[in-house]
Design a protein. Structure first.
Lengths: 251, 224
């Protein structure tokens, strides 16, 4: 019993002294810069919902945020190889990813949405995707969501690095699947003939992944604290209102 | 939206121009290093230096036989997984490493061909007046081979400039990366990419002019 107690105390002490990011080190955040309106570039300036939330988190934590942009398919490699500390690119919590990373608390609640070219009457919901060609972003979890459908083998899934909205508008694919929030935003803001097809078909929660190491977990805890504070003082909600006109940070 | 948004294109020019120096730096550094490496490989292969010759053959076979993007991923994401200290290889370094090794493999072969193409009487004459192998290479063979190899080497340099557009996958925002990000912010893909295309084109055109100039100079000894 005593031994156990000492053991526990030692473990706690060890954990407390875990090597973590020095207090004045910047938090290195990876994003694609190609996911409107979460992360995108206008006139050389990185903008978007994810940028605003991260900046607020940084301020709350008292750390500078250092943004690293790369193609989406490269982001997890950068996280894995220790070149960035986390990814702020609407990363959805999935079982697969949870095996490899630890996630912060969710900061966006959303659903998967089918989008078609305007006037497409053949596809009016996820059940109509049978026998159709559907675009998803490479490395995103929407491909997995489609694979889980009972008729997945009848869907021709095409993965894209970027520009899938354009290809759908051009009619090269029948539809694309993305999260509802950014899909609605693209349709509202951008000059592409697209429309939402049916309701969302899967609830998704997005959060920040960290390496499953002591330093990574310490950083995750730090970010969680900041997130909770921003949630309580209404900052999260107001950033969401600014970009989407609605609060997507609550379930 | 069917009309070309010219204002947007003009506004994009100064923004994208900021990223052109990095593109040129990647290609320029890669080219200088690749040339040095390629000359070494070519000489090793022509002189059939034991061991080195075999190693060079394997090196060339690998770097010619695999896609550049695979090599870039290996250097940037793969190596740090084996040796965590190799995380110090940043995106720019990994890109330059990849370009250097990939293109040196190709260039070594075209330099070798140029060396082998120098007439046998030239090497025989050089050796007959007592030059060493090294002297013969430096003074007689390489200057003549340069003239032959120049057009193909320039071709590889042009190819390398365009290959830098892969660097954004390693987080290096060069001309192509900047364009991709701008395009996804505005959704004006045609406008953004045509501006980038023209920039690459202009750079390559300027290089072709330089090549003509160099060729005329190198051919002076042969004109009568």
């Amino acid at each position: 019993m005593k031994a156990l107690l000492i053991n526990m105390l030692l473990t706690t002490a060890l954990l407390a002294s875990a090597p973590s990011l020095a207090q004045d080190d910047p938090l290195r955040v990876g994003m694609s810069g190609q996911y409107f309106p979460f992360t995108f570039v206008e006139q050389d300036k990185l903008k978007g919902f994810d940028v605003d939330v991260m900046n607020a988190i940084g301020e709350e934590m008292g750390r500078d945020i250092q943004y690293e942009t790369a193609n989406f398919s490269g982001l997890f490699g950068m996280l894995e190889s220790g070149r960035i500390d986390t990814v702020a690119n609407q990363i959805t919590i999935t079982e697969e990813r949870q095996k490899a990373y630890v996630f912060s608390d969710p900061y966006v609640y959303d659903g998967a949405q089918v989008v078609t070219k305007k006037g497409n009457t053949e596809v009016e919901g996820v059940e109509d995707l049978k026998g159709k060609t559907v675009a998803v972003n490479l490395g995103s979890n929407f491909e997995d969501l489609l694979q889980e459908l009972p008729y997945a083998d009848q869907i021709d899934i095409k993965t894209y690095e970027s520009n899938l909205e354009r290809d759908t508008a051009l009619g090269r694919v029948d539809a694309f699947v993305m999260d509802r929030v950014s899909a609605s935003q693209i349709i509202k803001e951008k000059p592409l003939p697209l429309e939402l097809a049916g309701p969302t078909f899967s609830q998704i929660t997005n959060a920040y992944p960290f390496r499953d190491t002591e330093a990574g977990r310490a950083l995750r805890d730090e970010v969680n604290e900041a997130l909770a504070a921003l949630r309580d003082d209404g900052t999260l909600a107001s950033i969401s209102e600014k970009w989407f006109g609605t609060d997507i940070t609550r379930p | 939206m069917d009309v070309l948004n010219v204002d947007y294109m003009l506004g994009l020019v100064p923004v994208l121009l900021r990223y052109l120096p990095l593109t040129l730096q990647l290609a320029g550094t890669g080219m200088v290093l690749a040339l040095i490496l390629a000359c070494l490989f070519a000489v090793i292969r022509v002189l059939r230096i034991p061991v080195l010759n075999q190693l060079t053959i394997v090196f060339i076979s690998f770097f010619r036989g695999t896609p550049l993007l695979v090599q870039l991923f290996l250097f940037y994401y793969g190596l740090p997984q084996l040796v965590s200290a190799l995380t110090v290889i940043d995106g720019v370094t990994a890109t330059i490493m990849g370009l250097t090794m990939h293109f040196s493999a190709y260039m070594a072969e075209s330099i070798r061909a140029a060396i082998v193409g120098v007439d046998r009487s030239q090497t025989e004459a050089a050796l007959s007046i007592g030059m060493t192998n090294g002297q013969m290479m430096r003074r007689i063979v390489l200057p003549q081979a340069t003239r032959v190899a120049l057009p193909t080497l320039m071709n590889y340099f042009i190819d390398m400039i365009k290959a830098t557009s892969l660097a954004f996958t390693l987080g290096v925002t060069e001309l192509m990366g900047a364009t991709q990000k701008e395009a996804s912010g505005s959704f004006l893909y045609f406008e953004a990419f045509i501006v980038a295309a023209i920039m690459y084109w202009v750079v390559v055109e300027l290089l072709s002019k330089l090549q003509n100039h160099l060729e005329i100079r190198l051919n002076k000894a042969y004109s009568r």
